[in-house]
Design a protein around this ligand. Structure first.
Ligand code: NDP
Ligand code: MG
Length: 404
């Protein structure tokens, strides 16, 4: 991360042109909300969606991007027809090529990488390779690509700024420090909706219960990841890559209030924390304006009304996914690709009520044990391993988990 910080351009563009990958999702919508508050500083060059073409159309009519991309190719004609008779029509593209184009357009300065899951990797990588300021929400892309995305950012002088609230907090807590003075990074975790749920009833929780996060409004996949704490597992891997740390340098603290977003401990005994109300517009505004500051639309914390802030150690029995992430960091190689892919398949099956909540870690563990870990360095190899892990996880669910 130190290198990517020093890639900072000496002055920001007068009006920064932004491409938003995953504009119709929770992070995408929050990004447009911040941009809307600063119409003189930012303009929208490209917006992408997968299935939600109604919202994409509304966003296009409001922000008038030059380019709109519908990843789901079957919906492109329907989307295009919506502009008939309208005075404005963006250049419309489809599929993963369209996403990569939106990420690397010459006229774009900043790319918000906010597609969920592995589907976002090629376009996120394209943004870094095109030297764009890449605002990284799509943690799965970094986790599965490992050094590839970080190296692309370094090689092409792309500023890679974390949007994940914890990593954005760490980035802020590290400002102006020397790497050798950092003793450890402490990622906070809310513990999700099942922090105190009776352990013997976890097998019966429903998708509706799992996506009802106590503090954050997010997409379904990351909400389930927060409930299993695989989200924190992915974030430990993300932190190791972004901040060039080992697993032993990263701790997790359960902090149910989600007010402290993470902390950095220094060798002199100082502990620097980042506090904000839990609203993604805070890290989004930070990364859009960095190294300056702009209003996010979120009020500052009223300390007198805050109440107690609690911290506990995570319960490894309740959250086995956390252990799987540490295991993957130890194995290295392609293990993180397998972990991510199997988790995506398992979460999707849980959301479709095909497997139980408590079976999610079993699917991931089985895939990790079966597929091992080899060295993979190129995008094509990463995508192949991802497909292999998905296919294994689906078969495992069919044969071993799904009730007959
Ligand atoms: P959402 O599910 O709300 O949105 C996902 C976005 O990705 C949508 O625009 C969706 O399109 C698009 N998308 C989904 N599948 C594909 C695909 N196959 N190809 C192209 N586009 C696709 O997710 P979130 O906004 O919650 O999360 C986005 C990313 O940010 C995730 O990686 C998450 O981990 C990370 N993140 C999110 C946080 C949050 O507060 N939400 C916090 C920290 C990180 P459509 O809706 O049109 O189908
Ligand atoms: Mg996070």
């Amino acid at each position: 991360m130190a290198e990517t910080q020093t890639n900072a351009r000496s002055c920001a563009p007068e009006v920064a042109r932004v491409s938003i990958l995953g504009a119709t999702g929770s992070v995408g919508v929050n990004t447009l909300n911040v941009i809307e508050q600063h119409g003189a500083k930012f303009s929208v060059s490209a917006l992408t969606a997968n299935n939600n073409i109604d919202l994409l159309y509304e966003q296009c009519q409001k922000f008038h991007p030059e380019v709109a991309v519908v990843a789901n190719e079957r919906l492109v004609d329907e989307f295009s027809a919506k502009f008939n008779g309208s005075g404005y029509k963006p250049d419309i593209h489809a599929g993963s090529r369209g996403l990569e184009l939106a990420a690397s357009l010459d006229e774009v300065d900043y790319v918000m990488a906010a597609i969920v899951g592995a589907a976002g990797l090629p376009a996120t990588l394209a943004a870094a390779q095109a030297g764009k300021r890449t605002l990284l929400a799509n943690k799965e892309a970094l986790v599965m690509s490992g050094g590839l995305l970080m190296n692309a950012a370094r090689t092409h002088a792309a500023e890679l700024l974390p949007i994940d609230s914890e990593h954005n907090a760490v980035f802020q807590c590290l400002a102006g420090s020397n790497a050798c003075d950092v003793e450890k990074i402490i990622l906070t975790a809310s513990g999700g909706p099942f922090l105190k749920h009776p352990l013997d009833e976890l097998a019966d929780v429903t998708p509706e219960q799992a996506v009802a996060h106590p503090n954050w409004e997010m997409g379904k996949k990351i909400s389930v990841d927060s409930a299993t704490m695989m989200n924190k597992g992915l974030e430990i891997i993300e932190a190791c890559l972004l901040f060039e740390k080992n697993a032993a340098d990263i701790e997790v603290a359960i902090h149910p209030q989600s007010i402290i977003h993470s902390l950095v401990a220094y060798v002199d005994g100082s502990l620097i924390a980042h506090l904000a109300y839990p609203d993604m517009r805070v890290p989004i505004a930070h990364a859009l304006a960095w190294p300056q500051r702009i209003r996010s639309g979120v009020s500052g914390i009223d300390l007198a009304k805050l109440g107690p802030l609690e911290f506990t150690e995570p319960d490894r029995l309740r959250f086995p996914c956390l252990q799987l992430a540490y295991q993957v960091l130890e194995s290295g190689g392609s293990a993180a690709i397998v972990l991510n892919a199997a988790n995506e398949v398992a979460v999707s099956s849980f959301l479709d009520s095909e497997i139980r909540f408590t079976e999610i870690p079993h699917v991931i563990d089985a895939a990790l044990q079966h597929l091992g870990h080899e060295e993979v360095q190129e995008l094509q190899m990463i995508l192949e391993k991802d497909q292999q892990a998905r296919s294994y996880a689906r078969t495992f669910i069919e044969q071993s988990v799904r009730p007959s």
